[in-house]
Design a protein around this ligand. Structure first.
Ligand SMILES: C/C=C/C(=O)SCCNC(=O)CCNC(=O)[C@H](O)C(C)(C)COP(=O)(O)OP(=O)(O)OC[C@H]1O[C@@H](n2cnc3c(N)ncnc32)[C@H](O)[C@@H]1OP(=O)(O)O
Ligand SMILES: NC(=O)C1=CN([C@@H]2O[C@H](COP(=O)(O)OP(=O)(O)OC[C@H]3O[C@@H](n4cnc5c(N)ncnc54)[C@H](OP(=O)(O)O)[C@@H]3O)[C@@H](O)[C@H]2O)C=CC1
Length: 445
C-alpha cells in the first residue's frame, strides 16, 4: 500500500507506472459482519451504536471484472445509508448482497459474510477491466454510487429505472470506506482540481441526490423565484439543497434545530430560517395522532418569512414526523419531493389537502450518471461547495457514523482512507484561493 501511496503523492508518476504498480492481496476496509446482524435485537433505533457494529478489517482484494475499475481510495465520507447499514435497519444489507450474488457468476463476488460499506470516494484509478476505454490508471477521480447492469430496456431513458439499479457500498460490496474500492467505470467522474481528497469525497452522494430531487426535471424541476422549504437545511442533503436553491434564484426556507445551524444557513446566504427546536413544533400529539393546528402554526411562520406566500416545493426526507406538515404547507399545485423517511417510513397526511389543492408527491432516489455528472461539474466549477465539517481516520469510522446517527454533525463528515493527512490532492491552488471561505464554511463548526 505504501508503494501506491508514494506513487499518488509523486508528481512524476505516469499512467504507465500506475498500470504496473503491484496490487496488494488484501486491504483495510470498514465492514459489517453477517453473523452480527442480530446484535442490536430488542434495542430502540437510537440505542443501536454504529461503533459496535462497524469493524476495520483486512479483506482480500476482489477480482476485477469487465467494465470495472479498482480505485485507491484517498478519502471517503459518511452517508446516512452507512448508518442504516450499521444498525441493520430497515433491513440487513446482507439480503441485498445475497440477491445481487444470485444474478451472475461475476456478481457472486459480492455475496460475502462481510460487507465493505461506503458510497463516496475520491482517489486514483489503479486498474481498469476489459471494455473500459474512458478511464486510465492514474486518473484522479470521484465515484458516484449508482450501480446498474442496463441489460433491460427499462433503464435506457433514465438509468435510475433499471431493474438492477443498486447503490454501491450499500446494496453492493467493496464500497468506499476502505483503502481500495471496486466500482463500475461508469461511476467515475473527474475529481475537482481545487479540492483536497477529503473535500472532493464529501459532496458525491448527497449533492447528486439533492440535484435530482430539487433541480432535475426528474425531481421537482425548481425554477427561479420558487419558495423551497428545506428540512435539515444544514445537514448532508439539505446543505446542498440550500446551495442549489440560492444558486438557482429560488428562495430557500431553511428548517434547522439550533441557532448554530441557523447561522450556517445564513452564512450560505439564506435569509428565511426556522429553528424547529426553538419554535417547538409538535406535529404529532402522540404516536398515532397528528395535530393540524401545529401544521397551521408552521404554515403561518412560513408565510411570515415569505411575505404571505406558500411554498412551491418541499424538499422532504425526515418522513413520518414532518410529512403531514409538508403536504399541508405546500401551495396549490406545488410539489412535495421525497427521498427518505429518517423518522419512519409509514407516512400519514390529510389527502384532502393534496387532491383539492392539486399538489403532487414525487419520489426521488439518488441520480442517474448524467445528473451526478452535472452535480459534480457544479462543484468543479466552484458554483457549489463541499460542506465538510469534520474529518475522521478510517479506524474511527464508527464514531463518525455515530455522530451522524445522533445528529451531532453539520453538513458532511469525512474519512481519510489512504490520505495520511488532510489538505492533500489540491491541483489548482489559484481557484481554491478564490473560493476558500466557501470551502471552509462548515469546517469545525
Ligand atoms: C443513495 C442513498 C440512499 C439512501 O440513503 S435511501 C435510505 C436507505 N434505504 C432504505 O431504507 C431502503 C432499504 N430497502 C428496503 O427496505 C427494501 O429493499 C425495500 C422495502 C425497498 C424493498 O423490499 P424488498 O423485500 O426487496 O421488495 P418486495 O418487492 O417487497 O419483495 C421482493 C419480492 O416481491 C416481488 N414483488 C415486487 N413487486 C411486486 C408486485 N407489485 N406484486 C407482486 N410481487 C411483487 C418481487 O418480484 C420479489 O419477488 P422474489 O423475492 O421472488 O424475487
Ligand atoms: N434516496 C436517496 O437517494 C437518499 C436518501 N438519503 C436519506 O435521507 C436522509 C437524510 O440524509 P442526510 O441529509 O445525509 O442526513 P443528515 O443527518 O446529514 O441530515 C438530515 C437532517 O435532517 C434533520 N432531521 C433529522 N430528523 C428530523 C426530524 N425528525 N424532523 C425534522 N428534521 C429532521 C436534521 O436537521 P436539524 O436537526 O437541523 O433539523 C438533520 O441534520 C437519510 O434517511 C438518508 O438515508 C440520503 C441521501 C440519498
Amino acid at each position: 500500500m505504501k508503494e501506491i501511496l508514494d506513487a499518488i503523492q509523486s508528481p512524476d508518476t505516469t499512467s504507465e507506472d500506475f498500470a504496473h504498480i503491484r496490487l496488494p492481496e488484501s486491504y483495510r476496509a470498514v465492514t459489517v459482519h453477517k453473523d452480527e446482524t442480530e446484535m442490536f435485537a430488542g434495542l430502540s433505533t437510537r440505542e443501536k451504536d454504529p461503533r459496535k457494529s462497524l469493524h476495520l478489517d483486512r479483506v482480500p482484494l476482489p477480482e476485477l471484472g469487465p467494465g470495472e475499475a479498482l480505485v485507491a481510495v484517498m478519502a471517503s465520507s459518511v452517508n446516512y445509508n452507512s448508518v442504516w447499514t450499521s444498525i441493520f435497519e430497515p433491513v440487513s444489507t446482507f439480503g441485498f448482497l445475497e440477491r445481487y450474488g444470485r444474478l451472475s457468476e461475476l456478481t457472486r463476488r459480492h455475496d460475502l459474510p462481510y460487507h465493505v460499506i461506503g458510497s463516496d470516494l475520491a482517489g486514483v484509478v489503479l486498474r481498469t477491466g476489459p471494455g473500459v476505454n474512458a478511464w486510465r490508471p492514474g486518473d484522479e477521480v470521484v465515484a458516484h454510487c449508482l450501480s446498474v447492469e442496463l441489460e433491460s430496456s427499462d433503464g435506457h431513458n433514465d438509468t435510475m429505472l433499471d431493474p438492477e439499479q443498486r447503490i454501491w457500498g450499500f446494496e453492493t460490496n467493496f464500497g468506499g470506506l476502505a483503502e481500495i474500492a471496486l466500482v463500475k467505470s461508469n461511476q467515475l467522474m473527474p475529481k475537482p482540481d481545487h479540492l483536497s481528497w477529503e473535500e472532493a469525497a464529501a459532496p458525491g452522494l448527497v449533492n447528486s441526490t439533492a440535484y435530482r430531487q430539487l433541480v432535475s426535471r426528474n425531481g421537482a424541476g425548481m425554477k427561479q423565484g420558487d419558495n423551497v422549504l428545506i428540512w435539515g437545511a444544514s445537514g448532508g442533503l439539505g446543505s446542498y439543497a440550500t446551495q442549489f436553491a440560492l444558486a438557482g434564484g429560488a428562495n430557500p426556507i431553511c428548517v434547522v434545530s439550533s441557532e448554530q445551524k441557523a447561522d450556517i444557513c445564513r452564512s450560505m446566504g439564506a435569509e428565511a430560517i426556522i429553528d424547529r427546536a426553538a419554535e417547538g413544533y409538535r406535529f404529532w400529539k402522540d404516536e398515532r395522532t397528528q395535530d393540524p393546528k401545529e401544521w397551521k402554526r408552521f404554515g403561518k411562520r412560513i408565510r411570515e418569512l415569505t411575505g404571505g406566500e406558500d411554498v412551491d416545493i418541499v424538499f422532504e426526507h425526515p418522513g413520518r414526523e414532518t410529512f403531514g406538515a409538508s403536504v399541508y404547507v405546500t401551495r396549490k399545485g406545488g410539489t412535495i419531493v421525497t427521498c427518505a423517511s429518517t423518522s419512519g417510513y409509514h407516512h400519514e397526511y390529510d389527502n384532502r389537502y393534496l387532491w383539492m389543492s392539486l399538489k403532487r408527491i414525487v419520489g426521488s432516489h439518488f441520480a442517474n450518471y448524467r445528473e451526478a455528472w452535472e452535480a459534480n461539474r457544479l462543484i468543479a466549477k466552484g458554483k457549489i461547495h463541499p460542506t465538510l465539517s469534520k474529518v475522521y481516520a478510517l479506524e474511527d469510522t464508527g464514531q463518525a457514523a455515530y455522530d451522524v446517527h445522533r445528529n451531532l454533525h453539520q453538513g458532511k463528515v469525512g474519512v481519510l482512507c489512504l490520505a495520511p493527512e488532510e489538505g492533500l490532492g489540491v491541483r489548482d491552488p489559484e481557484m481554491r484561493a478564490r473560493h476558500i471561505d466557501a470551502i471552509n464554511r462548515f469546517r469545525n463548526v
